[in-house]
Write a protein that binds this ligand. Structure first.
Ligand code: HEM
Length: 462
């Protein structure tokens, strides 16, 4: 067996680790990945008390792990432990031939032709949300975005109307995300059989969500009708022996799509509005494009090709605030990577966040500059240096769905309202499963007719 060789790195002593764990200090993955990237470069080894891991922030190594040597890597135990408890063996957490088969079954629901048909729902639901707002009121934009994207995923992919219960489903999902996050960061974790009040609440949330999903599955089975959406595809899918998917597997896939398919897009939109509120020059250009191209009518999928700046804004926002800030893998055999020998089972934390904020890859990395994604300039970005959706065969299945959704929602919102950050609102990114604004994002909504944006406002940095 080859002997492991280690890239540069550091050891955080047991005492320091215990202090962090016991006295509430939290290990901040976002800052840590940026710090080691600056100090040691794109490949670092860390011993954090009993846990050892490799941090990857180098585009070439990302390419290696996700594409060139993809068969030697699987989802890490961190992902499986953290998500597996709620998502079971769905697309996000499964591996190997089983994953391949499930991905093939779900893929047609995400083909370009198919997702174009989802555009109207995305715009209609956004307009309904905007109709319920009053100019001048202050609301938590991040929560509003979560409710909206959750209702859109349920309607487009499962043809289920959860808009009435979106708030409640959102609370349940939140419980699961909190618990998932706890599992990811808790180095010392109580065994699952130790009952804690939090755990009891999470179990109740899982049970309630399961009941909602079961209802959707039962209604669809009873209707016995192919609606052509993701749920129909999964229900009709059969293996070589003509056997369909079990109810358990259906539930796992639906829970996965529910979870993976709404919070990410909601965070992309929330951060975009935060960045726009701090960079009025960009907002004015965005409004200009949308007002000129749409002339007041609701956007359609066909309009998106004529809204290049809108796309640039979304892409640049996901560079600074990638909703999924990192991904994680483990080699299933010893691997050679970046000139080092890494043993089977090692833990890789691949930081999209730190890579996309590396000044060697993105000059003036802290500045919000959509022009980076102007078609000619975008080509000069090194491959795998920008990857909010991951890469290789396990690239986000909802990639085009999300980009279309984010642009349609952004355009529809821009037509109607301006958003101003509440003056005393602290904004601090926090890494949960996604990057969220830690203290929420309270914004005042102002009807565009009532309050046009000042053309000569000072541009500000992030
Ligand atoms: C801005 C929005 C989104 C972002 C930034 C995002 C990001 C990601 C990333 C980085 C991965 C790769 C994880 C890895 O390699 O370990 C992923 C996987 C996945 N995403 Fe997304 N996602 C978004 C929206 C969506 C939507 C809308 C859906 C579904 C409707 C979705 C469903 C999934 C699924 C099922 C996987 C697992 C795919 C597989 O392994 O085969 N995502 N996403």
């Amino acid at each position: 067996m080859p002997i492991p060789t280690y890239p540069p790195g550091q050891r955080i002593g047991y005492l320091e680790t215990m202090r962090l764990i016991l006295f509430g200090g939290k290990f901040d993955q976002l800052t840590y990945a940026q710090q080691v990237n600056r100090e040691f470069g794109g490949f670092t080894y860390t011993a954090f008390g009993p846990i050892t891991f490799y941090t990857v922030t180098d585009p070439e190594l990302m390419h290696d792990i996700l594409v060139r040597q993809v068969d030697k890597f699987a989802k890490s135990s961190v992902v499986k432990d953290a998500f597996g408890a709620f998502l079971g063996n769905g697309l996000l957490t499964s591996d190997g031939d089983f994953w391949k088969r499930q991905r093939k079954l779900a893929q047609p629901a995400f083909h370009a032709r198919r997702i174009e048909g989802y555009g109207d729902v995305m715009v209609d639901y956004t307009r309904q949300m905007l109709d319920s707002w009053t100019s001048g009121e202050t609301l938590y934009l991040d929560r509003e975005m979560m409710k909206l994207t959750l209702a859109i995923v349920a309607k487009t992919l499962f043809d289920a109307d959860v808009s009435g219960e979106a708030e409640h489903v959102g609370v349940l999902m939140n419980d699961l995300l909190d618990a998932t996050n706890e599992r990811i960061i808790a180095a010392l974790r109580l065994p699952d059989w130790v009952p804690t009040p939090h755990r009891a609440r999470v179990q109740k949330s899982v049970a309630e969500l399961d009941a909602i999903l079961e209802r959707i599955i039962r209604e669809r089975r009873a209707a016995n009708h192919d609606r052509g959406d993701l749920l129909s595809m999964l229900l009709l899918a059969q293996d070589d022996e003509g056997k369909g998917m079990s109810d358990r597997q259906l539930r796992d896939e639906m829970m996965t799509i529910f979870l993976a398919g709404h919070e990410t897009t909601a965070m992309a939109l929330s951060w975009t509005w935060y960045l726009l509120s701090q960079n009025l020059d960009v907002l004015v250009k965005l409004q200009d494009e949308i007002d000129t191209v749409l002339a007041g009518r609701a956007p359609t999928v066909a309009d998106l090709a004529h809204l290049p700046y809108t796309e640039m804004v979304v892409k640049e926002s996901m560079r600074l605030y990638p909703p999924a800030p990192g991904i994680s893998r483990s080699p299933v055999e010893d691997v050679q990577l970046g000139g080092y020998t890494v043993p089977k089972g090692a833990l890789f934390l691949m930081s999209i966040w730190a890579m996309q904020r590396d000044e060697r890859l993105f000059p003036q990395p802290e500045a919000f500059q959509p022009e980076r994604f102007a078609p000619e300039r975008e080509k000069t970005i090194p491959r795998y240096a920008y990857m909010p959706f991951g890469g290789g065969p396990r690239i986000c299945i909802g990639n085009s769905f999300a980009l279309m959704e984010a642009r349609l929602i952004l355009a529809t919102m821009t037509q109607r309202f301006d958003f101003r950050l509440k003056p005393d609102q602290q904004v601090e990114p926090e890494m949960l499963v996604t990057v969220r604004p830690k203290h929420g994002l309270q914004m005042q909504v102002m009807s565009r007719q009532a309050q046009p944006v000042s053309q000569d406002a000072e541009p500000a940095l992030v």
